[in-house]
Design a protein around this ligand. Structure first.
Ligand code: ARG
Length: 514
């Protein structure tokens, strides 16, 4: 049976009322209170999703026999007018985008038609629906950007499998490695960021629509129909959970926080390695700042801001977590404050990736400097100790003691490279404690080792030998391709749902005209 409106046949003009919700009150909202309450300043991010959600809801109401074709046509046409020209909305006069849109429809179609929009729906299910649709799209977008960054890292790593440089622990030279090995390690963490976003996508991709304010509705709505019209995988089962919970969104924000921590580490490595003291890399001019005073300066400000903005995003996450802590079940207005931090977290991550991708692409690598640092480094010490273990069959601890004493001697002789030591230096270094190893043999081990041999001797999986780097590369390349496919499928599924929805809306609008 189609519901027949019985009241309010005349269209109300905008000037005659301010808020369609204020049935209970006699006074309109104080202007300052309205400004304080309004989330209009962020809600324009939700406008399109709100319209799509309303279209799906209205089509479903029509399909279950609740809404006449004529009213459906009018309402859909009204929504289409807003979609084409959002500027007709004066969102500042309203508490949020939902109220603003409904008021527009009521104003233009009257209470009898415009007033149907919110049947069996509340702003409580509506706002989380909009956020889920928005985050679903943003996950796809950020995932694409992560894939692009991984792609750049992989292609830069291919040219740098042999760019030997020291690796650092405690920021002190530790072992020899390659620049590509670092790039591959970044691709590895970013691929876990993709995993995390991917996991949260499935939890976000569920529809809360139809949960209403908290306890559902007596109208025979079809929640699965709206869910599928909007391209969701399914519905959030429980109406209390659907309207109250924000854990999925906070999970998404924590993935963003972790992404920023990872980007900040990459930024910090590049900042450090671009200093004159390291001189391993040079940041492209387009992404460097200069000084107002010191003419020689080229500063890595973009990378510094990525590092700083990581704190901002982590702060947003903490803001979101503190917001929901202690809230009771059921919607509370506190939840509105999630929107700015959620939207801003996504924005900062997108902006950071947007500068880091071209920085990686254009980074100049100073192979000669890296190699100089590697040649003059004592970071070859572990390799020497391991050669003594395998060639001279002494324990690792004994080899550690002997090599340590050799390094001490080289340092005392003015930081000379180990290969410049004489047999007598090694004899002196050992003193009484040679563990049965001849200084001459040790010297041979030292002289036979080079940075190149050090790298090639790394057998363990995940280490920087070219063979192992190639393996890391291949695994990441496969993973990257799999994600490219998955993201495309996800985007296709959302887009095709939205296309169907818009065709259905168009069909109903046309049909109603006859
Ligand atoms: N502006 C609100 C928000 O963003 C929409 C939900 C309002 N619901 C309510 N019962 N006041 O969270």
């Amino acid at each position: 049976m189609v519901w027949t409106p019985s009241i309010c046949k005349t269209k109300i003009k905008p000037a005659e009322f301010i808020c369609v919700y204020r049935s209970r009150t006699t006074d309109s909202l104080d202007e300052g209170a309205l400004r304080f309450l309004s989330s209009g300043y962020v809600d324009y991010h939700l406008l399109l999703y709100d319209i799509l959600g309303s279209e799906a809801h209205l089509i479903m109401l029509h399909e279950i026999g609740f809404l006449s074709s004529t009213s459906l046509k009018d309402l859909l046409a009204g929504l289409e007018t807003i979609r084409k020209n959002p500027k007709i909305l004066d969102i500042d006069k309203f508490e949020d985008i939902h109220e603003c849109i409904e008021t527009y429809l009521v104003t233009n179609l009257g209470y009898d038609v415009g007033g149907i929009l919110q049947t069996a729906r509340s702003r409580n299910d509506q706002v989380t629906l909009d956020l889920r649709m928005m985050v679903r799209d943003t996950i796809n977008l950020i995932s694409r950007m992560l894939v692009q960054l991984i792609d750049e890292l992989l292609s830069r790593s291919e040219d740098n499998f042999n760019s030997i440089m020291p690796m650092y622990t405690h920021l002190q030279q530790a072992q020899l490695g390659t620049f590509a090995h670092f790039l591959l390690s970044y691709a590895e963490i970013l691929s876990r960021d993709l995993d995390r976003l991917n996991d949260s996508y499935d939890r976000i991709n569920l529809s809360p629509l139809g949960a209403c304010a908290i306890g559902g509705t007596s109208i025979n709505i079809d929640r699965y129909r709206t869910s599928s019209l909007l391209g969701f995988k399914g519905i959030l089962n429980n109406s209390i959970d659907a309207t109250t919970s924000r854990d999925d969104l906070i999970e998404y924000m924590s993935s963003l926080g972790i992404i920023m921590l990872n980007l900040s580490r990459i930024a910090e490595d590049f900042i450090l390695w671009s200093t004159t003291e390291f001189g391993f890399v040079e940041i492209p001019d387009k992404y460097s700042s200069t000084s107002s005073l010191m003419p020689q300066k080229k500063n890595p400000d973009t990378l510094e801001l990525i590092r700083a903005k990581a704190s901002t995003v982590v702060g947003f996450l903490f803001g979101a977590m503190s917001l929901v802590k202690g809230l009771p079940s059921g919607y509370s207005r506190d939840l509105q404050e999630l929107k700015p931090v959620l939207i801003n977290s996504s924005r900062v991550v997108k902006e950071s990736l947007n500068v880091l991708i071209p920085i990686v692409r254009g980074l100049k690598v100073n192979h000669a400097h890296m190699m100089d640092a590697a040649r003059s480094s004592y970071a070859i010490s572990v390799d020497i100790a391991e050669q003594l273990v395998s060639q001279k069959h002494i324990s690792f601890r004994s080899a550690h003691r002997l090599v340590g004493s050799i390094v001490r001697t080289a340092v005392e002789k003015g930081n000379i490279p180990l290969s410049k030591l004489a047999e007598s230096d090694i004899q002196n270094a050992f003193g009484q404690d040679a563990s049965g190893v001849e200084p001459r043999d040790v010297l041979k081990v030292i002289q036979r080792l080079s940075p190149e041999k050090s790298i090639e001797s790394r057998l363990s999986s995940g280490s920087p030998s070219v063979l192992q780097q190639r393996k890391l590369f291949d695994i990441l390349l496969e993973k990257k391709k799999a994600y490219e496919k998955l993201i495309s499928e996800r985007e296709k599924s959302v887009n095709s749902a939205f296309n169907h929805l818009s065709h259905a809306a168009e069909r109903y609008t046309q049909a109603g005209k006859t």
